[in-house]
Write a protein that binds this ligand. Structure first.
Ligand code: CA
Length: 357
């Protein structure tokens, strides 16, 4: 190895000018970066995506960019990921933009909002419709460069201890449901409760909450939620295609040579596709297990409940937009895209899906 490096070095010295030499020295520079995540240790699919991303980058860069990944709490607490990357304590982070809604309410549009777009629509908006540029603009004051990196696909509406047959059945329920979904369903008379993933099972089992949404069949099965509630409702109106984010400290990003930047960007795009593929496959298998082995009742939310939640979503977003011009700007941008995306979808994806249903 040493001999080969020496020979390469000699070759460079004899063949290239001084300017090329310094460029070459730059391209040989090694970077050791740390990536913190909001995910618990060994949280399946999420942590696997992050590990594979780090491995891809290392191999594609010939070991010039080494990324060491940490689970939430290992290096910094999960929900300090944003601050740790923003302040440059670490170079990178992986999580979901809606976790930062307390700092940047508009960040929610870059993950998911109720009755927003699915994964395909979000990818179209972010990569081709100006969404990512807008996301970078919103994060710039925080010294962060965001990238889409993963998607869960449409989630489930959640587990309910009792059947939901009308809007009246929602009134007074306590439900684990975070974010905007929680704000919307509160208007329908539900008391939204915030619980970490690890607390959901016990709360539902003991009846501290009457209902809970988590992710989808694969993660919900692992958490054993079918033992605490028997009715599993769809669709996940509250999170139709949540985008996971990778954030990079802006100064760290700018210190990377262009080829390494391209490697990071391309590896993130690949991870974005692969995570969704994993979710689609594992959710199908898990749903089958829930239905056949555990006899879970898989039910659609009644149409009048969906219609009302949709109406309440509109009111909630309008109210949020009134008090925050950035929220308003991002919402208007996304909404305009979504309207054209829906119009196209009606004669493409939706029309086609009907031919198969
Ligand atoms: Ca969820």
């Amino acid at each position: 190895m040493k001999r080969r490096q020496l020979l390469t070095g000699l070759g460079a010295g004899t063949l290239f000018s001084g300017a090329s030499l310094s460029a070459r020295a730059q391209t040989q520079q090694r970077f050791n970066w740390r990536l913190v995540t909001t995910w618990p240790p060994n949280f399946p699919i999420f942590q696997e995506t992050v590990r594979r991303f780090a491995d891809d980058v290392k191999r594609m860069s010939g070991g010039r960019l080494n990324i060491q990944a940490f689970a939430g709490g290992e290096l910094v607490p999960a929900l300090q990921t944003f601050d740790a990357v923003s302040q440059g304590t670490v170079e990178m982070g992986h999580g979901a933009a809606y976790y930062w809604a307390g700092k940047i309410p508009a960040a929610q549009f870059f993950t998911a909002v109720p009755f927003g777009m699915n994964a395909q629509g979000m990818n179209a908006w972010l990569y081709s419709g100006g969404g990512l540029e807008l996301w970078r603009e919103v994060y710039a004051p925080h010294g962060l460069v965001p990238f889409p990196m993963g998607n869960t696909g449409v989630q489930m509406a959640g587990w309910f201890r009792k059947r939901i047959e009308s809007l009246a059945d929602l009134k007074g329920l306590k439900m684990r449901i975070p974010g905007l979904g929680g704000k919307v369903i509160a208007r329908a008379g539900v008391n939204p409760v915030l619980l970490a993933g690890s607390e959901i099972y016990t709360a539902l089992e003991r009846g501290t909450v009457d209902a809970a949404e988590w992710v989808g069949p694969f993660h919900d099965l692992r958490l054993g939620l079918y033992r605490a509630a028997r009715h599993y409702y769809y669709p996940g109106w509250q999170e139709p295609g949540p985008v996971m984010e990778m954030i990079i400290n802006k100064r760290a990003w700018e210190s990377l040579p262009e080829d390494l930047q391209r490697i990071v960007e391309t590896a993130a795009q690949a991870s974005n596709v692969l995570m969704l593929a994993e979710f689609e496959t594992r959710n199908i298998e898990a749903l089958e297990t829930l239905k056949t082995r555990y006899k879970v009742e898989v039910l659609a939310l009644p149409t009048d409940v969906i219609a009302e939640l949709r109406r309440l979503t509109q009111l909630t977003l309008e109210e949020e937009a009134k008090s925050d011009p950035i929220f308003k700007k991002v919402w208007e941008h996304q909404r305009a895209f979504m309207q054209t995306n829906d119009a196209w979808g009606r004669i493409s994806e939706i029309a086609y899906a009907r031919t198969r249903a």
